[in-house]
Design a binder for this molecule. Sequence first.
Ligand SMILES: [Zn+2]
Length: 85
Amino acid sequence: MSALTMNPYCERCGHWTSKREFILPGGVLQNAETHLAQGDLTALLALRPGTCPTSLRNLVLNISLCPKCDQTAFLSVQVRTVEVD
Ligand SMILES: [Zn+2]
């Protein structure tokens, strides 16, 4: 997988989406999965994701949002484990 990935394109208004990264602590993983399964992005963001890791196992949400219409959103999720010495 390349580190350089193109942002998705909003076909509705011909605009490139902008990517934002949110980090959820692993403790809310189960809640997050429920919201993800329902495609409920609003509820997901209500879990107050931050921008820096707060636990050893974090859920990283990459959300690409169209800055124009906010109707087009692409979401990818990964679990990121923080290595400590
Ligand atoms: Zn758009």
